[in-house]
Design a protein around this ligand. Structure first.
Ligand code: 5GP
Length: 113
């Protein structure tokens, strides 16, 4: 059964895509929690960071570097931004396809809710 993100990656369903390379896709969140809220996902499915394996090390590194590249491209690096990866029910994960939230455009509170 494919997740909503796999269907976005395959272009089965539309999304506002802001960045793509061979291994990653970044698109705007459908329910933004900040003026800029983008999700960056590996095209290869890893359900969540807890399921990542040592052999995924390069892809995990690419995900973070990709997130920083997207943040720069969207001008978020000027004032700062937050990267969030939710893992499991208490972490707030709702889509079982590893993704990193890129949030910016306003000051963000801490600690998170
Ligand atoms: P999670 O809660 O798993 O960390 O994040 C999943 C995110 O995916 C949520 O912020 C949610 O708004 C977003 N989302 C869910 N369905 C869709 C969709 O169909 N399109 C887009 N662009 N974002 C989605």
């Amino acid at each position: 059964m494919s997740t909503i993100f796999e269907r976005i990656i395959s272009r089965e369903i539309p999304a506002d895509i802001v960045f793509e390379n061979e291994e990653l896709l970044a698109f705007r969140d459908a329910s933004p929690q900040a003026p800029t809220h983008v999700l960056i996902v590996p095209k290869r499915v890893i359900a969540r960071v807890d399921e990542a394996k040592p052999e995924d090390k390069e892809l995990l590194g690419a995900l973070l570097l990709g997130a920083a590249e997207v943040a720069r491209k969207l001008g978020l690096n000027q004032n700062g931004y937050r990267l969030v990866i939710n893992n499991g029910p208490f972490g707030g994960e709702t889509v079982p396809h590893l993704h990193c939230h890129i949030l910016g455009g306003r000051p963000l509170g801490w600690p998170p809710g």
